[in-house]
Design a protein around this ligand. Structure first.
Ligand code: NOJ
Length: 531
């Protein structure tokens, strides 16, 4: 392994939702200059890479995931020059920048789609998936959109339906058309040439759809809840074998660069077994998000099962990627920990002591919880449509840098695009408190940097009493996490010393014998080498 790839093979990366991280121009919306201003925070934390949610121009029907131009920056967020400046400023701190690539669909405002819907004969018509009405005049097949309702919208002017697996304002691209693949090669090169380290690839598992547009079969009893809601199994519009051809093509292209650019897939699958194929034989995606881990209940048996299965199934040399929160999922301090600080600290210890690559979501490092966003402030189309289900705004609210006016996010008196949540957990108050969640996060990242066993050592789960998740990392490291609300003891004997405890009073404590844990407590122990 060369030093070039350690940042993503072993390091901690950080997801930034640009509209909510830091607002330099004081319009209430975060921007690229704001991110530059806050890079020192990330360098101090020990982060090696950042992934920015889409920064490309967008009418924001789905907040950037409806792209109107793949090769520019949305003026609300800045300019191409700002992006270049961000890449350079991050590089100066040893931080790589990953952008978000959205290849499944464009915005309906993209020039390709405008041209495509202008006439059936337009050269861009075949960039999208068009089909004649079914015999009854309805949609061409039974596919439903991930965001609810039919996955098809009728275009009156040209008399055909177009496919959209998300909003009707997000028409799906036709990946059977070689011109689409060629156009994306140019898009990848455009950003790689600017020094971007790689891409997080939106819905990487679903960009190719059945050529014959066959109906999906109905769900079966026992299928996971999201499928039950849709009423069908996405056999013909997700995880088609041809998706892998596209990934291999991009991998070949990424590998022509020095250093090779990195591909991280949003492989939103319910089961680890379905995530593994996206690594290919080391010739597809470098990293594939482990969504089953993020969606797992915070319960030792369930977590152990996902972790063990991931470790067992990933081919040698492939790197697991762990994340607990993102812009689509409720934040883990809320979802896993119900806001409880001690449990949040245990969850961070888990995340930061697993083998491979870790992605923190902005705010994870201070234990930021979801925000209750009032109905009149909802902006996520999913939340608006399915209210009272809260949608995704609660996990996208501005970063609290301090608890004064503007929260360090924007100018005092400016109303941010989404409301602030609680400012109680903020960066400033935690930064100089050695006992804070932020200090714990930083110290765990530092320990990971310092201990080869924590970065790359084999993961081996241990038998543990109820409530406890325990594992060895490599030869020398023991991690023991009590997720329960009763004291527990991991039978030993163990000999070593606690390097970091979620209760910091245990740091440096000697361990000789069984390892006792309070409720919602975790420790990383470095074991003595046998004499
Ligand atoms: C997955 C993204 O993470 C999500 O935010 C978006 O709405 C859909 N893909 C559609 O692009």
């Amino acid at each position: 392994m060369s030093g070039d790839d350690r940042w993503w093979r072993e390091g901690v990366c950080y997801q930034i939702y640009p509209r909510s991280f830091a607002d330099a121009d004081g319009d209430g919306v975060g921007d690229l200059r704001g991110i530059i201003d806050r890079l020192d925070h990330l360098a101090w934390l020990g982060v090696r890479g950042v992934w920015l949610n889409p920064v490309t121009p967008s009418p924001n029907a789905d907040w950037g995931y409806d792209v109107a131009d793949y090769c520019d920056v949305d003026p609300t967020l800045g300019s191409l020059a700002d992006l270049d400046a961000l890449v350079a400023a991050a590089a100066g701190r040893g931080i790589r920048v990953l952008l978000d690539l959205v290849p499944n669909h464009t915005s309906d405002a993209h020039p390709w789609f405008r041209a495509a819907r202008s006439s059936r004969d337009d050269p861009h018509r075949d960039f999208y998936v068009w089909a004649d009405p079914a015999p009854d005049g309805g949609p061409p097949n039974n596919w439903v959109s991930t965001f609810g309702g039919p996955a098809w919208t009728f275009d009156e002017a040209t008399g055909q339906w177009y496919l959209h697996n998300f909003l009707d304002r997000q028409p799906d691209l036709n990946w059977w058309n070689p011109a689409v693949a060629d156009a994306f090669d140019e898009i990848l090169r455009f950003w790689f040439d600017r020094g971007v380290a790689g891409f997080r690839i939106d819905v990487a598992h679903m960009i190719v759809k059945d050529r014959h547009l066959r109906d999906n079969p109905p769900v079966l009893a026992g299928d996971p809840f999201p499928l039950q809601v849709r009423g069908q199994r996405p056999v013909f519009n997700e995880r088609l074998p041809e998706v892998h051809d596209v990934h291999r093509r991009w991998r070949r292209l990424a590998d022509t660069y020095t250093p090779p650019r990195v591909l991280v897939g949003e492989t939103f699958c319910e089961d680890v077994r379905d995530v593994v194929p996206f690594y290919g034989r080391g010739d597809e995606l470098h990293l594939a998000f482990n969504i089953p881990f993020a969606l797992c209940p915070f319960e030792p048996g369930a977590l152990r099962a996902v972790i063990d299965e991931t470790e067992a199934r990933l081919p040698p040399g492939c790197v697991p990627v762990w994340t607990a929160s993102n812009h689509d999922l409720s934040r883990f301090p809320t979802r896993w920990c119900d806001g409880d600080e001690a449990t949040t600290r245990v969850a961070l210890m888990l995340l930061l002591t697993l083998r491979g690559c870790v992605f923190l979501y902005y705010g994870d490092e201070i234990g930021l919880c979801d925000t209750d966003v009032p109905r009149e402030r909802l902006l996520d189309p999913v939340g608006v449509r399915f209210h009272p289900y809260a949608g995704r705004d609660p996990q996208r609210t501005p970063m609290p840098w301090h608890d004064g006016p503007g929260a360090g996010f924007t100018r005092a008196g400016v109303e941010p695009w989404l409301p602030f949540g609680s400012l109680e957990r903020n960066v400033a108050v935690q930064r100089h408190d050695p006992d804070s969640i932020l200090s714990l996060t930083r110290d765990l990242i530092g320990l990971r940097d310092a201990l080869g066993d924590l970065r790359t050592g084999l993961h081996r789960s241990l038998e543990a009493p109820p409530g406890v998740l325990a594992y060895r990392r490599g030869e020398d490291v023991l991690v023991a996490l009590n997720l329960g609300d009763e004291p527990a003891t991991l039978p030993g004997p163990w000999h070593g010393s606690v390097r970091i405890g979620t209760r910091r009073s245990r740091d440096e404590e000697r361990v000789a014998g069984p390892l006792a844990l309070e409720p919602a407590e975790g420790v990383v122990v470095v074991l003595d080498r046998p004499a």
